[in-house]
Design a protein around this ligand. Structure first.
Ligand SMILES: Nc1nc2c(ncn2[C@@H]2O[C@H](COP(=O)(O)OP(=O)(O)OP(=O)(O)O)[C@@H](O)[C@H]2O)c(=O)[nH]1
Length: 561
């Protein structure tokens, strides 16, 4: 049967905007509530009915979409001690939110219990907070405090702050014409109450419980803050009353550095070290043999390798021998020569989808970023609409299995895993069968980076390759080796070991955003001529960039693009 080869060249990069799936994945960076351990999640046990509960139930009925209990819990509001009621049975207290014991345990002994009226008012405040966010609560408290405050001296102009707050309140006044604001409309809360101060002349019966009132305010303030934290982000044009408009703007998150910036930062140590020494070398004299020898030594110390160092010095000599030379001249020539070495290996990862699954085996010593890179690759592949199956072939490290499951979930990939210590080759076999059955486009197999010793590790890899070959003579179709850019010369040795055992077909250099010694990639490329498909520039799911020879060369040479 003539094999029609449909070579789908996947060069993931800028022209593949992150897909919804990949973006959705980014949103999932945070741990989801269902990923929380049970003891943390808020419970469902009802509290004994009380006036406050009746109010809450009333509010819930009027406002089903607001989770009052969660709001209360979030706000750190806990059941106020009932007044003149029999103390709640221990079971009632334990029926409160788990961890309430922690809350109670952390709570100083309640002061004299509130009067029934005060408790009802308090409960009404809770209800207000629950019913629609903080605006009602502010109204209640403002009304309560207005009743207690003396008439302010007429000042004529509003202070700028008050004017701003009034303005923001005015523009965000909920539409009273519509008593039931639509679920998505979250009217901004009213202006925050001015800090309460005892203001009336005659002794105020409330004086006796001022500490309680202040405690209540503080709790309410916490509520307000918590409520805002849990409240959905307000649409543009609204401000939360607690923060002045200028404070309202959340501090601008520093825009995430572009991958190129991160690459340059990661390589800054290599480039600044190199350019600093080169500048020092060329301030003294015209270009001569001694200077060329010094330059060659510097380039080799930067892990560029002998071959590339000689290329650079030969080119420089041809251009500038016997003449003045500046550091800029050397940087330019260095960037040019390194680009020439890297361009032939900067290739897209080629997937042959004429038969499925295309098997990618990921190898590398422990800690070089295999599992993370598999997650990043899967995000790109599923973002491009391909069906991905992962195999947790690192059965040596428990965390690796769990880690891969998380990546599979985040990228919408299938995954086959087994118990710790299981035979990796058997797992690879099973994964291939399942990928075949599920018609996965790509099967990515993780492997152990570390076993008892190197020979065991190599034997395991050889067995995986052998077993896959029995299922598909061309499998594994791609063997990717991850290299940690911070390990410098070690990476060269690792390529030699894994290349012989697993038949490495391409490289991914990770951690180039760290204190990378990226020069070694130039030496590896010159010596092994292995394709470099991607570079890792961070721990995030999208921190994997197609390898670009010129960008990399200019970053190492410290030459502006
Ligand atoms: N800064 C940075 N960290 C990375 C990058 N890639 C991986 N890492 C981190 O490197 C560490 C090791 O990554 P893993 O994916 O667990 O490495 P591994 O090769 O699977 O390790 P083993 O499972 O022990 O073989 C993790 O903390 C990753 O987040 C990268 O490009 N940049």
């Amino acid at each position: 049967m003539a094999l029609g080869f449909i070579k789908k060249i996947f060069s993931f990069g800028k022209d593949h905007p992150a897909s919804d799936a990949a973006e959705a994945v980014n949103e999932e960076q945070a741990i989801r509530p269902d990923e929380l351990p049970a003891e943390v999640a808020p419970p469902e046990t009802p509290e004994p009915a009380s006036d406050r509960d009746l109010l809450l139930e009333e509010a819930e009925a009027a406002n089903p979409e607001v989770d009052l209990h969660r709001t209360e819990l979030q706000a750190g509001i806990y059941p106020l001690p009932p007044v003149d009621h029999p103390a709640p049975a221990a079971s009632d207290q334990t029926s409160a939110a788990p961890g309430a014991g922690d809350i109670d345990a952390g709570v100083p002994e309640p002061h004299a219990a509130l009067s029934p009226e005060a408790e009802t008012t308090r409960a009404a405040e809770l209800v207000n907070i629950g019913m629609g966010g903080v605006e009602h609560a502010h109204e209640e408290i403002a009304a309560r405090e207005a009743a207690m405050a003396p008439a302010p001296e007429p000042t004529g102009d509003l202070s700028p702050q008050m004017a701003a707050e009034d303005a923001s309140v005015a523009e965000t006044e909920p539409d009273t014409a519509d008593p039931e604001p639509a679920a998505h409309e979250i009217p901004a809360p009213e202006a925050p109450p001015q800090p309460a101060t005892a203001v009336s002349e005659e002794p105020d019966p409330a004086e006796a419980i001022v500490p309680e009132a202040q405690l209540a305010d503080r709790q309410l303030d916490e509520t307000v803050l918590e409520a805002e934290e849990v409240a959905p982000a307000l649409p543009k044009g609204f401000s939360t009353a607690r923060h002045k408009p200028e404070e309202q703007e959340a501090p601008q998150q520093a825009p995430k550095r572009s991958w190129l910036q991160r690459l340059r930062l990661g390589l800054a140590r290599t480039s600044s070290h190199l350019t600093g020494q080169i500048t020092g070398l060329f301030t003294k004299r015209k270009l001569d043999d001694a200077t060329l020898q010094d330059l060659e030594d510097l380039l080799i110390q930067a892990d560029l390798g002998v071959e590339t160092a000689l290329r650079i010095t030969d080119t420089l000599a041809a251009e500038r021998y016997g003449k003045d030379v500046t550091g800029t001249d050397v940087g330019r020539i260095m960037a040019g020569e390194i680009t020439k070495v890297l361009e032939p290996v900067a290739k897209p990862l080629e997937l042959d989808l004429s038969h499925k699954p295309h098997v990618i085996l990921v190898v590398g010593v422990n800690g070089t970023g295999k599992t993370t890179t598999i997650g990043k690759l899967a995000a790109k592949l599923s973002g491009a609409g391909l069906k991905v199956m992962m195999a947790a072939g690192d059965t040596f490290r428990a965390a690796a299995i769990e880690q891969l499951h998380i990546w599979a979930e985040r990228t919408g990939s299938d995954i086959v895993s087994s118990r710790l210590g299981a035979d990796a080759a058997g797992l690879a076999y099973e994964a291939y069968e399942q990928a075949k059955e599920k018609k996965s486009d790509v099967l990515i197999i993780d492997t152990a980076g570390r076993l008892q010793n190197k020979s065991e590790l190599m034997a395991e890899l050889e067995k995986i390759v052998r077993v896959l070959g029995k299922l598909d003579p061309d499998a594994p179709h791609t063997v990717l080796q991850t290299l940690d850019a911070t390990t410098g010369q070690n990476a060269m040795n690792q390529v030699e070991i894994f290349r012989n055992v697993a038949g490495v077909s391409g490289l991914i250099m990770t951690k180039l955003d760290g204190t990378a010694r990226g020069g070694i990639l130039v030496a590896i490329a010159a010596k092994h001529k292995l394709p470099v498909y991607f570079i890792g520039v961070g721990e995030g799911i999208d921190d994997l960039e197609p390898f670009e020879a010129r960008d990399f060369a200019q970053a190492i040479a410290g030459v502006e693009a």
